[in-house]
Every structure is written in C-alpha cells, then in structure tokens.
Design a protein. Structure first.
Length: 303
C-alpha cells in the first residue's frame, strides 16, 4: 500500500484498516468497536496530531462501507455526472466515422457521361453526421455535441485517430517510363565508370504547401490507425491550389564537396524555370527535362 500512496493517504488507510479490524473483533458491534479502537489506536496518538481520530464512529462506518462495498480502503473520488452516451454507442459511432463514405463522380468523355464512385474519409464529425443518418440520431437522441463525441473517441477508441491525409500528384504513364529509362541508363553508366557518382552533382526538390486548406484541417481525416498505414498516398481531392502557396526547396549535393547549392523559392503553384534565383539554375532546370530518358540529374562540373 505504501508504494503509490502519499504519507497522508497511507496514514488514513492504516487507520481505516485498524477500525475495520476492531469492528470484526467486536462481532460487528459499533459501541464495542469504538472502545477497542480508542484503546489500540487513539491512546497511542497525540490528540493534536492528524493521526488522532475525533469521530471514531464515523471512521468505522466509512471503513466498513469502503471494504464491503467498494473493496478498497483508499479515498474514493466523488462520482461525476453520468455519461451522456454509453461506451457501446460511442464505439458504434467511431466505426461510422472511421468507415468514411462513397463519393460519386462523373465526367464527359467524347460526349458520353461516365459515372463512378470512390471511397473518401470524413474530415469532420459534423460532415459524418450529415452523411450518416444513424450518427445524426446518436447526437440528437443524447443531446451530445461533436466536441463531446471527439473527447469520448479519444478516451475509449484508441485505434481511431484524426490525422493528416497524405497527398500526391499522380504520375503519368510517360513519367513512369522515363523513370525506368533513367534507372537502366544509370546501371549502364555505373558499369563502365565506377567513379561516376563522385563527379555528379545531384539535385533534389521538396515542396511544402501552406494555405487555407492546411490551416483549416481540410486535409485531416478520421480513420482507424491500420486503415491508411502501408497504403500509398492518394490524390487528395480536398486540396485546392488556389487557396495555397508553396515553398520550394532545392538542394544540390556532391560526394566530394558536399552541399554545393541551396535554393528556397516561395510563391504560388505556378513557379516556372525562369523564376529561379540564378541564371545557372534556370538553365539547369530548363535542360533537365531534355536529357536522354528524362533523368533527374545534371553534370555541372567534372570535379
């Protein structure tokens, strides 16, 4: 009992245990238990100390109730208000929110309307309630808010999470073929020149999007943890470039000299090669797509 209790609570538990022992030894007779407790406990305590029990009858009654009703001697927290919604219904609501919905799409191809459906995750609980009648009934019948539901999800639904939905720009077939061509070209070059990697300045880019869609959590969704893990990122239909601008980070590195160029650009989604900081980088970016097979490298210097 002493490991997790502070000194004050430890002292209270010891007094309650002694009070219950007196109650049992007195054949459950309160007057005899009081007299026995006064003899074996209070007589050994300083009347001015916290360990002295002024109301022995109250202590014995509470000790009996704690052990025989709650099976503990520790101080119990007062009960809070009853839950608006039971755990079973909360788990049902979590399944609804995590399941998402099927979004209908259509497009016109050669004058013919093509219709299809795709799965989407809910971005908010409110959105889920608008799509799902059962979830709306749960909120209405129990007079609960979406904030209350989110708090209970956090408390009882460990696998459910509200997280960022990864997004990407889908690769075209032509881009995929260029990557295969690039890999084959690199294998051929490396086979004939093992020092080739030391003479190349490698360039890579990273784009960071900032804007209303990100700040307003439109790119965050509800799902169970295993639902999206291990799955390739999908195009996010919620992302509107008109509401955002991007930070474009470009690095050039070399095996011999390390990092040789750092470039940070900010602006809209329409950054072109001619908007680069330096003339040299403008030329490199413009020529990169003209290289055989479209490889993602450019020899800037021999050493």
């Amino acid at each position: 009992m002493s490991g997790l209790l502070d000194e004050r609570e430890k002292q209270r538990c010891e007094a309650r245990l002694k009070a219950y022992q007196c109650y049992i030894l007195s054949d459950r007779q309160i007057p005899a238990a009081i007299a026995l407790f006064e003899k074996i406990w209070n007589s050994l305590q300083d009347p001015l100390s916290d360990s002295y029990v002024a109301d022995v009858r109250k202590l014995i009654n509470r000790a009996v109730e704690k052990l025989e009703t709650h099976y503990t001697l520790r101080t119990l927290s007062p009960p809070g208000p009853p839950e608006k919604i039971t755990k079973k219904i909360i788990l049902e609501a979590a399944d609804i929110v995590a399941a998402g919905y099927m979004q209908e799409y259509y497009a016109y191809v050669n004058g013919r309307r093509v219709h299809w459906v795709e799965h989407r995750f809910f971005t908010t609980i409110k959105q889920a309630a608008l799509h799902n009648k059962r979830l709306a009934e749960i909120l209405e019948d129990h007079h609960a808010t979406v904030d209350y539901l989110a708090q209970r999800f956090h408390k009882w639904c460990k696998g459910l999470r509200y997280h960022n939905l990864r997004f990407r720009v889908p690769l075209t077939v032509q881009q995929m073929k260029k990557r295969i061509t690039y890999c084959k070209e690199m294998i051929r070059v490396l086979a004939s020149n093992l020092d080739y990697l030391l003479d190349v300045h490698w360039m890579d880019e990273c784009t960071i999007w900032i804007g209303k869609d990100l700040i307003s959590n439109k790119l965050h969704v509800w799902s169970y943890r295993a639902t999206t893990e291990g799955v390739a990122p999908q195009p996010n239909e919620l992302f509107k470039k008109s509401n955002s601008f991007k930070i474009n980070l470009l690095l050039v590195v070399n095996a011999r000299t390390g990092c040789t160029h750092v470039e940070v650009l900010t602006g809209t989604a329409g950054i072109t090669d001619t908007q680069r900081f330096t003339v040299g980088m403008q030329q490199v970016m413009a020529q990169r797509s003209l290289l055989p097979g479209g490889p993602r490298y450019k020899v800037i210097s021999s050493r």
